[in-house]
Design a protein around this ligand. Structure first.
Ligand code: HEM
Length: 405
């Protein structure tokens, strides 16, 4: 199926891919498309969408750093955006100050200061999950519905200052935003009916008087009062946090649970050396990256190893493909705590690299700290289910069996 025909544009040199990265089959198992993309060459042309695509680690890391030629300001989806653009879809100089403001609000230092609060919540979650089970006893837990989808949905909106009413809307709200970055397929249509209502709801939650004091949202408004950012950017930036920070973390933590359950020897190694918790989260994000792919627009003819992506083209960047590139990672699909996963692209790289990564890391670190102490072994207790999204690798169910320490 790879490189069957000549590219109709770009001088006929770029390999064409017939596979559809957004078909239900590819969303159920994205690896065949991603392998075909990598092996086709430094650049390929998935013919169905008239867009280009990059999947090798070397060229992906150059592409995400090349914000001048591969831009975000015209949208990071397959189609131009039809709503107000948040930080993710801004180019410099518009991007500069809001980015600095968010980077400060979500810095490693600030997140470290939230560790005690996060630990209390992690303990409370495990208290509830393990309630009444004796040492050596077993309990069945869904790693998505009872851990991945529960923890960030409470911790993060509290930290952002969003009031508790209606929080169940946050995941579907972000789900549709990410689906909108793909084609207008069934997944998009499914969420379109509710989109306006959810959007208005989220915008309302991000207004100054709706936010709790001393939280990320209030910090953003304070930055507007200082004149660091425009007042009209404040609700938009707060909303950026809600859309970019929720489902990604839900799936990141769910993927971590899956990685631990399917690699018992690595769980043992982690218990023996809890200092590897940060490596474990990074490695699980590399193996299954919550943000699989995103687009850029070529602001000029972009040359990659002699191939030319014409100006104005949309370009699919496959983070997951790069994170599995055997040219960069030995035995790439293996979750292996002996490797150093730094340099993985699950949080992106360069100017748009995830500004919320410390928040995601803090949550995973607290959950792991408690789990390693209280859960002796973890294994899969049934088949996993995925939740399809055009951009995210979503988990529906990760059935786990915990044996208590
Ligand atoms: C950007 C992934 C959690 C807020 C990004 C990008 C990726 C990513 C790949 C870069 C996109 C690009 O290059 O176009 C993830 C993953 C997460 C996570 C895998 C969890 C495991 C969070 C959290 C927040 C957040 C918790 C909020 C606190 C953002 C924002 C941007 C971003 C605002 C845009 C940054 C910019 O354009 O300068 N994220 N993210 N993310 N992320 Fe995250």
């Amino acid at each position: 199926m790879t490189a069957m025909t000549k590219c109709p544009v770009a001088g006929g040199k770029i390999p064409v891919l017939d596979q559809d990265p957004f078909s239900p089959e590819s969303l159920e198992n994205p690896l065949p498309f991603q392998e075909a993309l990598r092996e086709a060459g430094p650049v390929a042309y998935p013919s169905k969408y008239g867009a280009y695509a990059i999947g090798r680690y070397e060229h992906m890391s150059q592409a995400v750093s090349n914000w001048q030629e591969l831009t975000s300001g015209e949208g990071v989806g397959l189609l131009p955006p039809n709503r107000a653009r948040g930080l993710l879809q801004m180019d410099p100089p518009e991007h500069d100050t809001p980015r600095e403001v968010l980077q400060e609000i979500l810095s490693a230092r600030v997140l470290r200061s939230m560790k005690d609060n996060c630990m209390v919540r992690a303990e409370a979650l495990f208290d509830e999950l393990l309630d009444g089970v004796p040492s050596g006893g077993e309990v069945l837990v869904d790693g998505v519905q009872q851990i991945g989808a529960v923890f960030p949905v409470n911790f993060f909106p509290d930290a952002s200052g969003i009031d508790p009413a209606g929080r169940e809307k946050l995941v579907p709200y972000a789900d549709h935003i990410f689906n909108s970055l793909g084609p207008r397929n069934e997944l998009f249509e499914k969420g379109a009916g509710q989109a306006k209502e959810l959007n208005e709801w989220a915008t309302g939650k991000c207004q100054r008087d709706a936010l709790a004091p001393e939280c990320f949202g209030a910090d953003i408004w304070a930055a507007a009062d200082r004149g660091d950012i425009l007042h009209e950017h404040a609700p938009l930036l707060t909303r950026s946090l809600l859309s970019a920070g929720m489902d990604t973390t839900v799936y990141g933590i769910s993927g971590l649970m899956h990685a631990l359950a399917t690699n018992p020897e690595q769980y043992e190694a982690l218990k023996a050396n809890p200092g590897l918790a940060r490596v474990a989260f990074g490695e699980s994000l590399r193996v299954v990256s919550p943000v699989q792919q995103i687009f850029r627009v070529a602001s000029t003819d972009v040359e990659i190893e002699g191939f030319i992506i014409p100006k104005g083209s949309r370009v699919l960047l496959s983070f997951q493909s790069a994170n599995h590139d055997p040219r960069r990672w030995e035995n790439p699909t293996k979750f292996d705590l002996n490797r150093d996963p730094s340099g993985h692209l699950a949080f992106g790289m360069g100017m748009h690299q995830c500004v919320g990564q410390h928040a995601a890391r803090l949550q995973s670190a607290c959950l792991l700290e408690v789990m390693l102490r209280r859960v002796a072994t973890v294994e899969l207790a049934g088949p996993v289910e995925y939740s399809h999204n055009n951009v995210l690798r979503g988990w529906g169910k990760v059935p786990l069996r915990f044996t208590l320490a």
